[in-house]
Design a protein around this ligand. Sequence first.
Ligand code: S3P
Length: 170
Amino acid sequence: MRNIALIGFMGAGKSTVAELLAEKLGATLVETDMEVLRLSGFPSVNSIFDTEGEEYFRAVEQEAIREAVRKGNCVISCGGGVINSVDNIKVLKGNAYIVFLHASFDAIKKRLKGTDTRPLFRQEEKATLLYAYRLPLYEKSADVVINTDSKKPEEVVKLILEKFRPTNAN
Ligand code: S3P
């Protein structure tokens, strides 16, 4: 099976959807954030940002993306910033069907309320700017865009499958 990569802002539902999708397809689930932790040996994304900085995180993330696409038969849940790198986009485009899970900033804010695992969502004002900056990058990189605002993860999975394998979606 061709790899499927889920892209989108923090809180777009990539992890939940990726898990369900991988199960449905009998594919391997890859979470780039988890791979970054494995490759770096750090216990959390916060600890990487706080001690090594974003640049280091992005370098390991780049390695994680490359490793993931090489495996094949994977559903890859990409960290929200993966599309910041032209190289990452190139690698994903050549090796995966790219699904952009779109969510409005309001929906994202609600979903992330009370969580503190995302260093780039610590300040709402900065996160708003980042969202606006990234939106066109997600759109440009995607093979398909799915709006997730009022959808359950199961509905999102169904839509992805309809697009990915239109003849026998279930
Ligand atoms: C980031 C998103 C996070 C994680 C890191 C940076 C970003 O992943 O990779 O905190 O730059 O948007 P999720 O999108 O899975 O939250």
